[in-house]
Design a protein around this ligand. Structure first.
Ligand SMILES: [Zn+2]
Length: 261
């Protein structure tokens, strides 16, 4: 088994993640830098020289979710949206405040992996700071996701911050702040500091280890999640559950520890 990690994010240490996976899985782990850089060649440093940056930006912009209460339809991107995507690809802007359809993104990434690299014993894991979500047909709205397990798997550092809910009291107090009260929100974040993963959080590397393991388990056993709240494979819906599962020993429940062996 070979594990390919794609990331150029500063939010966590890819080297530490590699060390961890090598030790726990006894697998070959390869760090490849940013996925789009690697395969499209569009954003520089790619395999095929200068690629079609405009086309890539247009494609990504078309996956934007414009209305979180409607199922996905391809966005016909406007000039400004394409220009913004280009800036993100060039590393001149962050993809903040944009929600992408996770399924579209996933399918698009899968198609970019050349056929000769789509081996079943290869695991491709893409890390991004783009925020993606999936449309839930039960409550008819989009929900942000931290991970999409599949071939490849995609893990979003922004999703880790935004998808699991913060403590209930946080939202109650937040309702009392006005929307433009940035200082108020910052004060609130300080008050609840430690109880949720924030942007540029030093715990991100530890949390990412757990999500990466979910992706690996999904590919090996078609089982990404665990019911045990103390297991790294626990599908946390709350930030506090996430922190408990990823930061506190034991790492895995007995069943999953055994499967690792
Ligand atoms: Zn478990």
């Amino acid at each position: 088994m070979k594990i390919f990690l794609y990331s150029k994010l500063a939010e966590f240490s890819i080297e530490e993640l590699k060390k961890y996976l090598t030790k726990r899985l006894k697998a070959a782990v390869v760090i490849r830098g940013d996925f789009l850089d690697h395969f499209s060649g569009a954003a520089g440093g790619g395999m095929d020289g200068p690629g079609d940056m405009e086309g890539l930006a247009r494609e990504l912009a078309s996956f934007r979710v414009l209305d979180i209460e409607k199922p996905f339809t391809l966005n016909e991107p406007m000039y400004g949206e394409i220009q913004y995507e280009k800036k993100v690809l060039e590393g001149r802007a962050k993809p903040g405040g944009i929600l992408y359809d996770g399924i579209q993104l996933h399918n698009f990434f899968r198609e970019m992996i050349p056929a000769e690299e789509r081996r079943l014993d290869d695991v491709h894991i893409i890390f991004t700071d783009r925020l993606f979500g999936t449309f839930d047909t039960n409550d008819l709205r989009y929900h942000a996701r931290s991970i999409i397990c599949g071939y490849p798997s995609i893990i979003s550092t922004s999703g880790i911050v935004e998808a699991p809910a913060k403590p209930r009291e946080f939202y109650i107090e937040k309702q009392m702040c006005s929307l433009n009260d940035i200082m108020g929100i910052e004060r609130l974040k300080q008050k609840f500091k430690g109880r949720f993963i924030d942007y540029n959080d030093r715990r991100m590397t530890e949390v990412v280890k757990g999500y990466t393991m979910q992706a690996v388990f999904y590919q090996l056993f078609h089982e990404a999640f665990c019911e045990d709240k103390n297991c790294r494979l626990y599908n946390a819906h709350w930030q506090e559950e996430l922190i408990d599962a990823q930061m506190k020993p034991p790492e895995f429940c007995k069943v999953h520890e055994k499967m690792l062996d």
